[in-house]
Ligand binder design. Structure first.
Ligand SMILES: [Zn+2]
Length: 264
């Protein structure tokens, strides 16, 4: 596995917007979602691209103070093979899936995190981290898609699976602010084969057109969304909204997951 040395702000360039992204966004376009505002999730906001769009980032408080701010542009030349990094152990309980809801910014799938049963360990992590939720970022316009970039390449979309350290912290809220509090697995999406699990998700989106609307999803196995190849990059990163806490261990899969063009 590869460990990233150093980090810099991503400078995404325009890329062709996938049909999938258009179709998924088309489903949500009538919703009160505004991608020009940031994602409500701490670890994953397109701050760089939205500096000029939201007052929250204007003024002195908007200047990041830390040295491990996310997201980043992953550079192959800055990554080094670390033999101490073992494969990530993933064990998700499909029955822990609670529901999918419209956050007002994107749709998010929530999981029961009251027990240790569903989560990740190994890899760069010293503890077990429980799965809290996952969500997708995709572009509303051509310039936007994945949050992380790879050698300046922007993928059409990026999945984030958000986990918290239940060994060190009592709950997710505490973990967000704490050292080694969060671990977020990032997966790029690209066009390719039909993806059945994603189809199940997209099918319920018409039921959650309005902010805070939620719908049952039934048992759902998130590991279906991971690529077969387990290779990853890892780096210590941050929340991307104030307080910009540097509590996130990012684990970014090198291979994207393929989804079909005709899924809608
Ligand atoms: Zn995110």
């Amino acid at each position: 596995m590869l460990r990233l040395l150093g980090s810099g702000r991503s400078h995404p360039k325009s890329s062709g917007l996938s049909v999938l992204v258009k179709q998924m966004w088309g489903t949500l376009r009538s919703h009160p979602l505004r991608l020009e505002r940031w994602c409500s999730q701490g670890p994953c906001v397109q701050r760089k691209r939205n500096d000029a769009l939201h007052a929250f980032w204007k003024g002195p408080a908007s200047v990041p103070g830390g040295a491990r701010q996310s997201p980043i542009n992953i550079r192959w030349k800055d990554s080094v093979y670390d033999p101490r990094l073992k494969p990530l152990r993933v064990s998700y309980d499909s029955a822990a899936c609670l529901y999918v809801w419209n956050t007002g910014y994107l749709f998010q799938v929530e999981f029961d995190d009251s027990a240790e049963g569903s989560g990740i360990s190994g890899g760069p992590l010293e503890n077990h981290y429980r799965l809290k939720q996952f969500h997708f970022h995709w572009g509303a316009v051509n310039e936007w898609g994945s949050e992380h970039t790879v050698d300046d390449h922007v993928y059409p979309a990026e999945l984030h699976l958000v986990h918290w350290n239940a060994v060190k912290y009592q709950n997710y809220t505490e973990a967000v602010m704490g050292e080694d509090g969060l671990a977020v697995v990032g997966v790029f999406l690209k066009l390719g084969a039909h993806h059945e699990a994603l189809q199940k998700l997209v099918a319920v989106l018409p039921d959650i057109k309005h902010k805070d609307a939620r719908a049952a999803l039934g048992p759902f196995q998130p590991s279906c969304l991971l690529p077969a190849c387990q290779d990853y990059w890892t780096y210590p990163g941050s929340l991307t909204t104030p307080p910009l806490s540097e509590s996130v261990t990012w684990i970014i899969h090198k291979k994207p997951t393929e989804v079909a063009q005709d899924q809608h």
